[in-house]
Design a protein around this ligand. Structure first.
Ligand code: HEC
Length: 407
C-alpha cells in the first residue's frame, strides 16, 4: 500500500474510532453514574419506577425517571437506543488493527526476540483470538457457573491473564498490548450485539404484546453491561500504551499489563462506589498501582541484563562509533529521506543522521534502544546486543560529541 494512502486511512480511521469510543465509553460512564445516583421518587410517579434524578446542564434542568417496565399503552413514539456507538467503535477499531498491524507487516506486529511466527501466522492468531475470546467468554457466562459471579469472574480473570501471557510471547510487546485491548473490546462489542440489544428488543416486543418480559434476559443484559463497564479503563490503557515504551517495553510486559487491568477495574469500581468500596477491591487496586510504579521505575532491561552491567567495562566510546551504529541500524527510517518504504518521512519526526539531533535525543535513544529495546522497530535492522551496549556506554559516559566529529 503506498505510504500516503495508508497515512490517510490511518488518520480517518483513528479519528472515527476515537470519536465513537468517546461516545460509547461516555454513555457507559453516564448511565452507570445515573443508576448509582437514582433517588426514591420525591412525589408520586406513574408506573414501575426505580428512582428519579435531577440534573442541571446545557442551560436547563433535566428531570429523569427510571422505569423498570412500561405498560403496553405507554410506549413512546420515539425511544432512543445506544448501540451504534459501540458498533462503530468496534468496526473502525478492527479496520485500524488491520491497517496498522496486519498490513504494516513485520515491523509493528512481530519481534524476532519474542517469537519466530511469520506475518501470516501472526495475523491469523490476532484475528482468530478475537473470535475465540468471545466464544469462550460467552460460553462461560452462559454456563451454570454464571450463577456464581465471583467464581466466574475469577475464572475469567485467570483466562485473561493466560491470554495476555500468550500474546506477549507471540507478538511484539507493543502489538501484544494493543491486541489485548482489541480482545477485550471485541468481547464488549459482542456483548452489546449478541446479548444486550437482543434482551432489550425482547423486552420491547413483550411490552408491545402486553406480556411480561423474560427477566433472565434482562438480568443477563445488566450483567454483561456491568462487565463492559469495568473493561473500559483497562481497554483505554491498552490503546494508549503504545506511546509509553516504559510500559510495553518492560522486561515483564505481561505482568505490567495484568497489574494495570487490576488497577483500572478497581479504580472504576471506586469511582462508582467511593466509600462503599470493599477493602479487598481498594487494596488490590492500590497494591497493583504501587507494584506497577515500582516495576517500571526499576532499570531492569529486556533480556535480563541490568543497565550499566555490560556498559561499565567498556572503554571510551567515540561519537564516530555511535554514528556507525546509527547509520547501520536506524537511518533506514530515521533520516531526512528514509529508504524504508513504509516511512516517507522520518517516524515521529526523529532524524538520527543529524549529529545535533542525536546529541539532543541521547536520553530517548537510551530508553528506546538500551533499556526497553523497543527500537529499532521490530528489530528490522538486526541490531546486536553489543551494539546496544555500545550506545548505552556512550550515553553513560555523558553522550559527548560535537557536530564536527561526523565527517
Ligand atoms: C523500521 C523503522 C525504524 C527503525 C529501523 C528505527 N526506528 Fe525509531 N521509530 C520508528 C517509529 C515508527 C517510531 C514512532 C513510534 C514509536 O515511538 O514507537 C520511532 C520512534 C523513535 C524515537 C522517538 C520516540 C521516543 O520514544 O522518544 C526514537 C528516539 C527512536 N525511534 C530511536 C531509534 C533508534 C536509536 C534507532 C536505531 C537503533 C531506531 N529508532 C530505529 C521506526 C524505526
Amino acid at each position: 500500500m503506498p505510504a500516503i494512502v495508508s497515512e490517510w486511512l490511518n488518520i480517518l480511521l483513528r479519528w472515527t474510532h476515537l470519536i465513537a469510543a468517546i461516545m460509547w465509553v461516555g454513555d457507559s460512564l453516564l448511565f452507570m453514574w445515573m443508576d448509582s445516583h437514582l433517588e426514591p421518587p420525591s412525589r408520586p410517579r406513574e408506573g414501575d419506577v426505580s428512582g428519579e434524578l435531577w440534573m442541571v446542564h446545557s442551560g436547563g434542568f433535566y428531570e429523569l425517571v427510571k422505569r423498570k417496565t412500561l405498560a403496553p399503552g405507554e410506549l413512546p413514539k420515539t425511544l432512543h437506543w445506544f448501540k451504534w456507538q459501540s458498533y462503530t467503535t468496534w468496526l473502525s477499531g478492527a479496520a485500524l488493527l488491520a491497517v496498522v498491524y496486519w498490513f504494516g507487516g513485520h515491523a509493528w506486529l512481530l519481534d524476532n526476540a519474542v517469537s519466530s511466527l511469520t506475518v501470516g501466522q501472526a495475523v491469523a492468531l490476532s484475528a482468530g483470538s478475537l473470535v475465540a475470546g468471545w466464544l469462550v467468554y460467552d460460553a462461560l457466562w452462559m454456563s451454570p457457573l454464571a450463577k456464581k459471579p465471583a467464581l466466574a469472574g475469577l475464572v475469567s480473570f485467570a483466562l485473561l491473564v493466560a491470554t495476555i501471557y500468550g500474546f506477549t510471547h507471540a507478538f511484539s510487546a507493543r502489538a501484544a498490548f494493543l491486541q489485548t485491548g482489541a480482545f477485550l473490546a471485541t468481547i464488549m462489542a459482542a456483548n452489546v450485539w449478541r446479548r444486550i440489544v437482543p434482551a432489550q428488543t425482547q423486552m420491547l416486543a413483550a411490552t408491545r404484546a402486553g406480556q411480561k418480559a423474560d427477566a433472565t434476559l434482562g438480568a443477563r443484559a445488566k450483567q454483561r453491561s456491568t462487565h463492559n463497564h469495568y473493561m473500559t479503563f483497562p481497554v483505554v490503557f491498552c490503546m494508549l500504551s503504545n506511546h509509553f515504551p516504559s510500559m510495553y517495553g518492560h522486561a515483564q510486559p505481561a505482568l505490567v499489563l495484568t497489574l494495570f487491568v487490576v488497577f483500572g477495574a478497581a479504580f472504576k469500581y471506586w469511582m462508582n462506589f467511593r466509600g462503599r468500596t470493599p477493602l479487598l477491591v481498594q487494596g488490590a487496586g492500590a497494591l497493583a498501582l504501587l507494584a506497577l510504579v515500582g516495576l517500571t521505575a526499576s532499570p531492569a532491561k529486556r533480556g535480563g541484563v541490568g543497565v550499566g552491567g555490560a556498559t561499565s567495562g567498556m572503554g571510551v566510546v567515540s561519537f564516530e562509533t555511535t554514528r556507525g551504529i546509527l547509520e547501520r541500524r536506524c537511518w533506514t527510517c530515521h533520516s531526512a529521506h528514509p529508504t524504508n518504504p513504509s516511512f516517507p518521512e522520518p517516524p515521529a519526526g526523529v532524524r538520527l543522521d543529524d549529529p545535533e539531533r542525536v546529541l539532543a535525543l541521547a536520553e530517548r535513544i537510551r530508553v528506546r534502544v538500551v533499556e526497553t529495546k523497543t527500537m529499532p522497530l521490530g528489530n528490522l535492522t538486526g541490531i546486536t546486543e553489543e551494539e546496544r551496549d555500545t550506545l548505552g556506554a556512550w550515553i553513560a559516559q555523558g553522550a559527548k560529541g560535537s557536530k564536527t566529529d561526523w565527517r
